[in-house]
Design a protein around this ligand. Structure first.
Ligand code: C5P
Length: 398
């Protein structure tokens, strides 16, 4: 087995839920123990139909009983360097997505600050079911890491996505998790996300279709690499990712003030918000009546937060987004130069299925030297890849 230095001395809480792939877990435990990882195991009720506690104990796992007395969930939540659920059934994913705490495993998942990794295993139709898709998206948005699943022959006789990753792949994913975890430990990152809302009167205002998903995914990916992340967010229903400090704002001016307050303590600025370019010159104190046939509203320019941050001296590493239609790449290149920023992520908003409100995006990454087009992928995946690109370019502070 290859050397995996990031694993040595780590503590993994392994949750096993009731899928047939549970039969692979003694091998998983054996590999983890060989890499000098301490392993405690919590078996769900159904998991016991597929794997015997004795087999897991025989290869070095410490079995924790569900009915153990005292504050076991808190002790385990604090003990773990990572919680790994393998196999993770569709059922446990739905309970995690709902925040359930109806057994020891789900309770300790709520109580832990350690990274939570899941290795799903289920029939391909269950994996592709919109209910499961929605649960996975929700969990990813909260920073839960997915390992697999792979594709291939399934226990049910079908073939497709839903096979639990092999023990080797799971170990590699854990190794990557801890190898990456410290890469941004010394970095103070500020991320803007979502649309702004520019009030016209107490009931109405101007906004746009940005969901905030891209910015939230970037904030989660930065936090996963150890950055101290401040997420300055326009109105959205999204939950704040784990380990991220969120500052809710409404208008562009409020967003600008919140960013400005961070200016002395910002090594990295990622502007993913869809900031309104204009706001009503006057915000009416009373609701506007529909007396006239036409209505003229005078709009005034909002501050360009990203361009202002790029003027700071010393300035943080700056990353902007460019939602464009038409010749997306050329427009984004020009924008990068005009705003004086390091990196721009261009994305078309006139293609079906990608862009503003959806879960997927298709982007072109542009820096001073070149433009690289990435294939369409979930925003969470693009965010992780973007953070890897940022890490490569960040000036080394430590
Ligand atoms: O100029 P445009 O709005 O197309 O630029 C998009 C980029 O600039 C995004 O990164 C966005 O977050 C940022 N921006 C900003 N403040 C504005 C307008 C845009 O920070 N007022």
């Amino acid at each position: 087995m290859q050397d995996m230095p990031s694993l040595r001395g780590r503590r993994v809480l392994l949750g096993i839920t009731g899928g047939v792939a549970a039969y692979k877990t003694p091998e998983l435990v054996r590999r983890l123990r060989a890499a000098q990882v301490a392993v405690r195991v919590v078996l769900s009720h159904n998991a016991r139909q597929f794997v015997a506690a004795g087999a897991l104990a025989a290869v070095g796992a410490e079995i924790v009983e569900d009915h153990a007395p005292g504050m076991v969930h808190i002790d385990l939540a604090r003990w773990a360097d990572a919680v790994l659920i393998a196999p993770a059934t569709a059922h446990v994913l739905s309970r995690l997505a709902a925040g359930a705490a109806d057994d020891l495993l789900t309770t300790l998942c709520l109580a832990t600050e350690a990274p939570l990794c899941v290795a799903p295993a289920m029939n391909r139709i269950m994996w592709l079911n919109p209910a499961t898709r929605a649960n996975c998206t929700r969990l990813e948005e909260r920073g839960v890491r997915f390992i697999g699943p792979g594709e291939g022959a399934q226990a049910c006789g079908e073939s497709g996505p839903g096979r639990m990753s092999e023990p080797d792949e799971i170990l590699e994913a854990l190794e990557r998790l801890w190898a990456e975890a410290g890469a941004l430990r010394a970095t103070r990152a500020v991320v803007t996300a979502g649309a702004t809302y520019e009030a016209l009167d107490p009931a109405r205002g101007f906004t746009n279709r940005s969901s905030g998903k891209m910015g939230y995914a970037v904030a989660a990916a930065l936090a996963a690499h150890g950055a101290a992340v401040t997420l300055i967010s326009g109105p959205t229903a999204l939950p704040a990712p784990l380990g991220v400090r969120r500052i809710p704002v409404t208008s562009a001016c409020e967003m600008r003030d919140a960013v400005w307050a961070c200016r002395g303590a910002m090594d990295l600025f990622v502007a993913a918000a869809a900031v309104a370019d204009y706001r009503p010159q006057t915000v009416l104190a009373h609701k506007l009546k529909k007396d006239a046939d036409t209505l003229t509203v005078t709009l005034v320019r909002n501050p360009d937060i990203l361009a202002e941050v790029a003027q700071l001296n010393p300035r943080p590493f700056t990353v902007g987004f460019a939602a464009e239609t038409g010749d997306v790449e050329a427009l984004a290149r020009a924008k990068r130069a005009r705003k004086g920023i390091d990196l721009i992520v261009a994305n078309p908003i006139d293609e079906a299925g990608v862009g503003f409100a959806g879960d997927d995006n298709r982007v072109i990454l542009i820096d001073e030297d070149r433009a690289v087009a990435w294939t369409t992928a979930p925003k969470t995946e693009i965010a992780r890849a973007l953070v890897r690109e940022i890490i490569k370019r960040l000036p080394r502070t430590v």
